[in-house]
Design a protein around this ligand. Structure first.
Ligand code: ZN
Length: 406
């Protein structure tokens, strides 16, 4: 038996009485996230909206039972509830804040889509009402900032006009005479939603009474999804929340940058330019320091009997790129090998002047046979990381021994 949909004629009906037509324990459904025993309840009439047409289901109560989900199966509406009703006559009550939010988003979508179509010739190919944001997918070329803003402004003008929204029933034939764009597959009497002077559209969803109740439409991001353009938007209470959130972010950013809110973008650009300049300076200074330290290190590392100089050093509390600078400087001197580590991170870095005749990559691999770690490189330059940074000293001592042995 078809469930009578009370929301078809009055989407502002929050409470209703109904008779239980059917009730059965539903098999467990892992995908729904609902655990425990649940019942599928069919009533002779309901104000509960089932998930359909891009709009999520209502929640609320039927008697003492919580309505966890509402599904549409053919002409019937199944209420998924967490307990079985004791009497065949029940009272239903929908959770109004959730429903009204859905009505604001859904009706707002009608208006936004109509404006994208009417003003810019961009048809909506799909709609999704999410927990945070709503999206419509537009077909056609990438909507410019002008198109996005233009549709938003036009939609809000219709909100300000507070135009009536009517529900109309008629045959597909009659509707097409009235200029209903959408192809209608269903025969018989259809339900359509009419936003005065905006559009007439077959729709089984729930809508506010007049466009003023949409409150406000805010278009957010736009990104490419397959061949279409996904436009995010929020309406009503969500737009208020989004504006408040944006303002808080702006205020926090201005505080961090010690500037007026209007100057956030330019202050951020300045801070980034400063950061880049500081980074460049730092690298130049590290290079100079490494040159000086390498000269000192070479003086205090006399060549061995084979003429080879080995500089081995464990760094602590230096920028992570510094050992690289130091190694590069040392490896400029003939017959010199640098065995370096950065203690905090357990980085190892082996480098040599080609005339030294050793193999840094093989040496590193050898070290990692004894001490766990990962890395690699070339004959003259190899780097890696010890699994346990505490082995930094031991690893360098071991590498040094290997060089003498070879
Ligand atoms: Zn609708």
């Amino acid at each position: 038996m078809a469930t009578r949909r009370l929301y078809y004629d009055d989407s502002f009906q929050k409470e209703f009485t109904a008779r239980v037509v059917h009730c059965e324990v539903l098999p467990p459904d892992v995908n729904s996230g609902i655990t425990g025993t649940v019942w599928g309840l069919i009533l002779d009439r309901t104000a509960f909206y089932p998930t359909s047409g891009g709009q999520p289901n209502d929640s609320g109560k039927i008697g003492d039972a919580n309505v966890l989900d509402v599904r549409e199966e053919g002409d019937e509406i199944i209420h998924v509830v967490d307990r079985r009703p004791e009497s065949p006559d029940v009272n239903g009550c929908i959770h109004w804040p959730r429903r009204f939010d859905h009505m604001q988003q859904h009706t707002g979508q009608h208006v936004l889509s109509a404006m994208f179509q009417e003003r810019f010739g961009r048809p909506t190919v799909s709609f999704h009402l999410g927990a945070e944001v709503c999206t419509i997918d537009l077909r056609g070329p990438e909507p410019s900032e002008e198109v996005l803003e233009g549709a938003e402004r036009a939609a809000n003008q219709i909100v300000f006009d507070d135009r009536p929204i009517n529900i109309r029933y008629d045959s597909a034939e009659e509707f097409s005479k009235l200029g209903v764009r959408k192809e209608v597959k269903r025969a018989g009497i259809l339900r359509a939603i009419e936003i005065e002077g905006v559009e007439l559209q077959p729709c089984g969803g729930t809508h506010v009474k007049s466009t003023g109740q949409i409150g406000m439409a805010l278009v957010r991001r736009c990104s490419k999804v397959r061949q279409d353009w996904r436009v995010e938007f929020v309406c009503g209470g969500r737009a208020e929340k989004a504006a408040r959130h944006d303002f808080q972010l702006l205020r926090q950013a201005a505080e961090k940058l010690s500037c007026a809110q209007e100057d956030v973008a330019s202050a951020a650009s300045r801070a980034l330019a400063e950061r880049d300049a500081n980074f460049k300076n730092l690298r130049a200074m590290l290079g100079r320091l490494a040159r000086a330290e390498a000269a000192l290190a070479l003086q205090s590392a006399p060549p061995g009997p084979d003429g080879l100089r080995i500089v081995s050093r464990v760094f602590e509390g230096v920028p992570s790129e510094y050992p690289g600078f130091f190694a590069t400087e040392l490896a400029k001197s003939e017959k010199t090998v640098a065995l370096l580590s950065a203690k905090e991170q357990g980085h190892l870095l082996f480098a040599q002047h080609p005339s030294s005749g050793k193999d840094m990559n093989a040496l590193l691999k050898h070290v990692f046979e004894k001490f766990n770690g990962k890395g690699g490189g070339t004959r003259d330059f190899a780097r890696g990381k010890l699994s346990d940074p505490a082995h930094a000293d031991g690893a360098l001592a071991f590498a040094r021994e290997q060089l003498f042995r070879a």
